[in-house]
Design a protein around this ligand. Sequence first.
Ligand SMILES: Cc1cc2nc3c(=O)[nH]c(=O)nc-3n(C[C@H](O)[C@H](O)[C@H](O)COP(=O)(O)OP(=O)(O)OC[C@H]3O[C@@H](n4cnc5c(N)ncnc54)[C@H](O)[C@@H]3O)c2cc1C
Length: 221
Amino acid sequence: MDYEVTLLMSKFVTHDVKRFVFSRPDGFSFTPGEGVELAIDEPAWRDEGRPFTPTSLTEDRVIEFTIKGYPQHEGVTRELHGLKPGARLRMSKPFGTIRHRGPGTFIAGGAGITPFIAILRELAQKGELAGHGLIFANKTPADIIYEKELRHYLGDRCHFICSEAEVPGYEHRRIDAAYLRETLDDFGQNFYLCGPPGFMDAVTESLKGLGADPQALVFEQ
Ligand SMILES: Cc1cc2nc3c(=O)[nH]c(=O)nc-3n(C[C@H](O)[C@H](O)[C@H](O)COP(=O)(O)OP(=O)(O)OC[C@H]3O[C@@H](n4cnc5c(N)ncnc54)[C@H](O)[C@@H]3O)c2cc1C
């Protein structure tokens, strides 16, 4: 691991997702969409690095992560959710293949929104949100990370899909080829994809079947 960071604060942003703010080490920089490996700097956890995605702006003087915890599972995310300010972590250099390549549609499932939060925040800051849309799949409205911010950025170009709740303002669907055909009118655009493995397979296959160019699909490889 290349850097040491200190936890400054953490706060719930949904019932099971927390926002973490860390000190920013000298010399650290990243491209929005990239991930890093984080490990809690304690004997039992030092070798347990896990990948997470900074959601802050590149020039912020702190680093923010947005991390879903799995309370039933004795893993790093549960331990992270219990950390107090002052906790020290080790952090790797940034890595990854998700980065902005131009206007297009972001398609995310659950915590897969994090690379797109980083990219959208940068686009918002530069005034370059035009031509971008979002399809964001979750189980229920209570699971949606940073919903107000996303609606503020993208307005009616934001589609919130809820697979397990029928609530006005949210689409009670799954993302499949039929949904994508009804929702999108241009399959020649860039598509940015991030979510759990089953979600990635289903969305990638559906987009290719609808004529999307495999070279225009941006995802973590
Ligand atoms: C490049 C990249 C970037 C990422 N960025 C983010 C991010 O910004 N925010 C974020 O929240 N996540 C992110 N993730 C996912 C995150 O890395 C995982 O959630 C994390 O590694 C899980 O670590 P863990 O030790 O808690 O679970 P592990 O022990 O590593 O288990 C892996 C997964 O198995 C499942 N699991 C295993 N056992 C159980 C159990 N008993 N009960 C429930 N679930 C179980 C969980 O879904 C868990 O995610 C990213 C992943 C990648 C590859």
